[in-house]
Design a binder for this molecule. Structure first.
Ligand SMILES: NC(=O)c1ccc[n+]([C@@H]2O[C@H](COP(=O)([O-])OP(=O)(O)OC[C@H]3O[C@@H](n4cnc5c(N)ncnc54)[C@H](O)[C@@H]3O)[C@@H](O)[C@H]2O)c1
Length: 490
């Protein structure tokens, strides 16, 4: 089948590459000429594991081509997917649909009758109706169908998710549109992927409801992590115990610095906007959003408390700028709120990310961009793990000890082997773990003179106060006979 995809970003490119791999002839369109020219000469504009190979192979086989306009639309294209961005409007919480509607107008002008227009962009319920209205008023004689086919891929695992999705959702009441979409996905359904047919409106809502649910799961486990810190429990054990319950599942139960990315924050906002304009209150979703905002903003204070004393003149290495590992996407990444908070407090910030540096350079000022993780840690009083990149897990403790000035690590992803670092004299502050200082009972009772000045806010520190950085850290080490084998939770 010949198909067109308009919008060649994370979703459009992955969908185009995967659909061509399934045997379809795909034209990927984007209005960004630089991107299209790059793709034509083999330059892949995003980092997504396996994507470059897939694109190059299918382009070489002639199944995947790139264009900056819709000229080919009336040359045998059976379906056009709209995969342009739907960012926050900037005015309120709603999604900005101007790109989607612009594509609808362009498609109506360029199409010949019989085309199926498919929204793959995440769009609010009722957008399919508006697209149909726009197309009718642009080209009254055109016969076309509009269907919804939301995309559920995760950046970092996008190809696997597209090729073996948990489900394919097709939203249309039109038999011919259904038939076209079923033929497009036949190679996947033949392998057993479930295909769910719904109304167009239900399909539009499935996407938002799914993302809001996952965002809620993350906000929930982050709050449980806070509770763990207060009651001497380990969040990883609690999450493991919850996740084994099949009604709950283990995914999205990793406590951390809060969710980010191009989807959850804007999709939660957009669903709240849709609910608001329909007179419905989504208390659970709005609480999850508020909890996440508070969490992202609280991360800088965690690090400042770990640093101890004044922040002025302190150096912090932030490892990880992308919102998750295995992507170069820095949109709404928790590292940014953290870095802003640190800078405001007078801390010098050195940063490194394996893939996110190019995008981050456009967004961050007054930080030192470094060439490697170790380079970022050079002279640092504290190292913060902000993204769960595997290469950070592999950081060698002796190398860190050699380059860092201090011995404080704040692991916001619970990535590091805490014992290895503790053995080498580091104090590793983790998410969702309470203080464990069995050799220092006075500290645990909160009666130690060391604890008092370290607690930045006695209400949100656990057990004995919040801090073990700087000179406090050395004092702790002295008191423990040169060995501090404890995670201290902030
Ligand atoms: N990124 C994800 O993980 C993900 C997952 C599922 C769904 N989605 C949804 O998919 C949609 C696209 O997201 P993305 O992350 O791929 O966005 P993106 O910003 O990476 O890509 C959008 C592309 O559309 C192009 N574009 C914009 N207007 C255009 C126009 N009028 N004509 C041609 N091209 C145009 C842009 O130049 C850009 O290359 C969004 O609605 C998003 O919510 C994203």
């Amino acid at each position: 089948m010949k198909l067109m995809i308009v919008g060649s970003g994370y979703v459009g490119l992955v969908a185009g590459a995967c659909l061509s791999e399934l045997g379809h002839a795909i034209v990927c369109v984007d209005r960004d000429m630089t991107k299209i020219n790059g793709l034509r000469s083999g330059v892949i504009p995003i980092f997504e594991p396996g994507l470059d190979e897939l694109i190059l192979r299918n382009a070489a086989a002639g199944r995947l081509t790139f264009a900056s306009d819709l000229a080919e639309l009336n040359q045998g294209v059976e379906a056009v997917f709209i995969a342009v961005g739907t960012p926050p409007s900037g005015i309120d919480q709603s999604a900005d649909l101007s790109s989607v509607y612009a594509v609808a107008r362009d498609v109506a002008r360029a199409a010949s009758s019989g085309l199926v227009v498919v929204t793959k962009s995440t769009v609010p319920v009722g957008t399919g109706d508006k697209i149909a209205d726009i197309m009718r008023s642009t080209a009254p004689a055109l016969r076309f169908r509009v269907a919804s086919n939301p995309e559920f891929l995760r950046e970092g695992n996008a190809i696997g998710d597209f090729m073996a999705p948990d489900r394919i959702v097709i939203g249309t009441d039109d038999d011919q549109a259904s038939d076209v979409l079923e033929r497009i996905y036949a190679p996947l359904t033949a392998r057993g992927t479930p295909l769910l047919s719904t109304s167009r409106r239900a399909a539009e809502l499935v996407k938002y409801a799914s993302n809001c649910f996952l965002a809620t799961k993350i906000s929930f486990i982050n709050e449980v992590a806070d509770l763990c810190e207060a009651v001497d429990a380990d969040i990883d054990e609690v999450a493991a115990g919850m996740g084994l319950d099949r009604r709950i599942g283990s995914a999205f139960l990793n406590a951390g610095p809060g969710y980010g990315g191009s989807c959850f924050p804007k999709d939660c906002d957009a669903m709240l906007a849709t609910a608001g304009s329909n007179g419905v209150k989504l208390n659970v979703v709005s609480s999850a959003v508020a909890a996440n905002t508070a969490r992202k903003n609280a991360m800088a204070m965690r690090v400042l408390r770990a640093l101890g004393g004044g922040a002025e003149g302190k150096v912090v290495a932030v490892l990880g700028l992308t919102f998750k590992a295995d992507t170069d996407d820095v949109r709404e990444a928790p590292a940014f709120a953290l870095i802003e908070g640190l800078k405001k407090a007078g801390v010098s910030v050195r940063v490194f990310d394996p893939q996110g540096m190019t995008h981050a350079r456009r967004m961050l000022t007054d930080v030192e961009f470094c060439d490697s993780a170790l380079d970022a840690c050079l002279g640092a009083d504290c190292t913060v793990i902000a993204t769960e990149w595997s290469e950070f897990r592999a950081l060698e403790v002796k190398s860190l000890a050699r380059v860092m000035r201090g011995r404080t690590i704040v692991d916001l992803r619970n990535l590091l082997d805490h014992d290895t670092f503790a053995d080498e004299g580091f104090i590793v502050h983790r998410i969702g773990r309470t203080a464990r200082l069995p050799a220092l009972p006075a500290l645990a009772r909160g009666g130690d003179p060391l604890a008092a000045p370290m607690a930045a806010n006695s209400e949100d520190v656990s057990v004995f106060g919040s801090n073990a950085g700087g000179s406090a850290e050395s004092a702790l080490r002295r008191r423990a006979g040169g060995h501090v084998g404890y995670g201290v939770t902030l």
